[in-house]
Design a protein around this ligand. Structure first.
Ligand SMILES: Nc1ncnc2c1ncn2[C@@H]1O[C@H](COP(=O)(O)OP(=O)(O)O)[C@@H](O)[C@H]1O
Ligand SMILES: [Mg+2]
Length: 442
C-alpha cells in the first residue's frame, strides 16, 4: 500500500485526489494545501495547511508520513523547487524539477529551446531584456503579442486587438513590462482556435490524453476579461470538432520532440505533465506555451475518464516505464463549468465586484461531479473567496448530454455566483468550426 503526497488545493487537485483514491492499490493520501479544500480533505488520510514556499514544511510532512511518492498539482510549488527538495529526502515526484519546470515558468526558455532544436510551432519572436531593438522588431510583425517572462497567473500576456491596438502602445507596454520582469517576449500573433493537449511524460515516452478546449473569457460569447478558465469540454473521440487528425498528431509530435530536447538540454528526464497550449492555424499547429502540470479546469475533463489506474501511471512515470503501460480513457464527452463569485475577474469598481466572502449552499448536483476550488469552509457553512469556487463536470455519451448534466449541477449551487451558460453548446462549437473553415480557406 502506498502513501502518496498531493501538493495543491484547487479543483484540479481535487480531481487528482479522486483519481488517486480510486486506485485498486488502495493508497493512502496525504495532502499539503495552502487553503483547506473540503473535497481533498475528505479524501485524505491527513492534511497539512501551509505555504507552497515553505519547502521544509512540505518535506517534513512527507517524511513524517513515510511518503512513497508525491504528485504536485500547481505551478507555484514546482517553481519553488519542491520536487528538488523532496528528492533530497529520497522522495520521487510526478512533476518536474525547478530547472525542468522552466518549460512553464520561463516562456523565453521554451521559445529558445523550440528554436534551438528545430522543432516546429514557434511564431516569429524575439526576447528583449532592454528596449534596444524593440521598435524595429515590432515593425516587422503584423499582429503582436507581448509576454512577460515568468509566472503571471495567466494574466500577464498582452494581445493586440484585445489589450492594446497600436505599435506605439506596444512599445510603451514593453517598457512597462521590463520594469517588473527581467525580459519580455515579443511575438507574432496567430489567428486560429486554441486547444489543450495534456501529455504524460516519463522523460522519454510521451503519452497524449484527450484534447480539451478551455474558455478563458469571463462572459458568454467569449466576452469580458480573461480569467483562470471558466470551463472546458472534451469529445468522445478525444479530438475536438474543429481539428483535423493531423492537428492532433502535430501537437503530439511537438511535445515528443520537446521532451527529447529537454533531456538533451538539461541531462535530466522530465517526469510529469507536459501540457501544450496549441493553436490550430491555416499553417498548421502552433505552440502558444507549455504548462508543467495539468490544466485547471482541463484536469477535470480527463482524469475522471481514466480507465487505467492513475497510481500505476504515476509509478510508471517515476520508473521511466510509460512505454510498458497501456493508458486508456473512456470514449465519453465531458463538460466542465466553473461556478465563480459574481464579481470574479471584474474590476474593483464594478457593482458586482464585492460578491466574494458571501455564503453559498451546495445542493444536490444530480449526475454531475463536483470539484471544490477556492471555498472557505467555516463552522456555519461554505464561503466564497475571490477566485473560482467549484468546478461542475458532466460526463455522457454525447456533448449535449454532458452539458445538460453540468448545467443541472451548476443550478444546485446557491448564492451570489455566476457561470458560463454557453460552454458545450452547439452554437459555440459551430462558431469555432466556422472560424477554422474560414481561416483554412484564406
Ligand atoms: N502568439 C500568439 N498568438 C495569438 N494569441 C496568443 C499568442 N500567444 C498567446 N496568445 C493568447 O494569450 C493567451 C495567454 O497566453 P499564454 O501564452 O497561454 O500565457 P498564460 O497562459 O501564461 O497567460 C493564450 O491563451 C492566447 O489566447
Ligand atoms: Mg495559457
Amino acid at each position: 500500500m502506498s502513501n502518496i503526497l498531493l501538493v495543491g488545493n484547487g479543483a484540479r487537485e481535487h480531481a487528482i485526489a479522486e483519481a488517486i483514491t480510486r486506485s485498486r492499490q488502495n493508497p493512502r493520501l496525504f495532502s499539503f494545501m495552502k487553503a483547506n479544500n473540503p473535497g481533498i480533505a475528505s479524501l485524505s488520510e491527513k492534511i497539512k495547511i501551509g505555504s507552497y514556499s515553505d519547502l521544509d514544511a512540505i518535506a517534513g510532512f512527507a517524511k513524517e508520513n513515510k511518503i512513497d511518492f508525491a504528485v504536485v498539482g500547481p505551478e507555484d510549488p514546482l517553481n519553488n523547487g519542491v520536487v528538488d527538495k523532496l528528492a533530497k529526502s529520497g522522495i520521487s515526484s510526478v512533476g518536474p524539477t525547478k530547472s525542468l519546470a522552466r518549460l512553464e515558468t520561463s516562456k523565453s526558455f521554451t521559445r529558445n529551446l523550440v528554436n534551438k532544436y528545430n522543432i516546429l510551432g514557434n511564431p516569429k519572436y524575439k526576447v528583449f531584456e532592454v528596449m534596444d531593438g524593440v521598435e524595429k522588431f515590432l515593425s516587422e510583425l503584423e499582429g503582436i503579442v507581448l509576454k512577460p517572462d515568468g509566472l503571471t497567473g495567466g494574466k500577464g500576456v498582452l494581445v493586440q486587438g484585445d489589450h492594446f491596438s497600436t505599435r506605439q502602445e506596444a512599445v510603451e507596454l514593453c517598457a512597462r513590462i521590463l520594469k517588473d520582469s527581467a525580459s519580455v517576449i515579443v511575438e507574432e500573433k496567430f489567428d486560429g482556435e486554441e486547444f489543450s493537449l495534456q501529455c504524460l511524460c516519463d522523460g522519454v515516452t510521451v503519452v497524449g490524453t484527450p484534447l480539451v478546449q478551455d474558455h478563458k473569457r469571463r462572459f458568454d460569447g467569449d466576452k469580458g476579461p480573461n480569467t483562470g478558465g471558466m470551463g472546458s469540454y472534451s469529445m468522445p473521440d478525444h479530438s475536438l470538432p474543429f481539428l483535423q487528425p493531423s492537428d492532433v498528431e502535430q501537437g503530439l509530435e511537438i511535445t515528443r520532440q520537446m521532451a527529447a530536447a529537454l533531456l538533451k538540454e538539461t541531462g535530466s528526464p522530465y517526469k510529469g505533465v507536459m501540457y501544450g497550449g496549441f493553436i490550430a492555424t491555416k499553417d498548421g499547429v502552433k505552440l502558444l506555451e507549455y504548462n508543467a502540470r495539468f490544466g485547471d479546469p482541463e484536469a477535470m475533463n480527463i482524469l475522471p475518464l481514466l480507465k487505467t489506474d492513475f497510481v500505476e501511471i504515476c509509478q510508471h512515470i517515476i520508473d521511466g516505464t510509460l512505454d510498458k503501460l497501456k493508458i486508456e480513457f473512456e470514449h465519453k464527452a465531458t463538460v466542465c463549468k466553473y461556478v465563480v463569485p459574481k464579481g470574479y475577474g471584474l474590476p474593483a469598481d464594478h457593482p458586482d465586484a464585492a460578491s466574494s466572502k458571501s455564503k453559498i449552499e451546495v445542493g444536490d448536483v444530480g449526475k454531475a461531479r463536483l470539484y471544490y476550488s477556492s471555498v472557505d469552509k467555516k463552522e456555519d457553512g461554505l464561503y466564497l473567496s475571490s477566485s473560482r469556487a467549484i468546478g461542475i463536470v458532466g460526463i455522457a455519451d454525447t456533448l449535449d448530454e454532458a452539458r445538460k448534466i453540468a448545467e443541472e449541477g451548476v443550478k444546485a449551487i446557491k448564492g451570489p455566483v455566476a457561470y458560463r451558460e454557453d460552454i458545450g453548446t452547439q452554437t459555440l462549437i459551430q462558431k469555432r468550426i466556422n472560424h477554422m473553415k474560414n481561416i483554412r480557406k484564406e
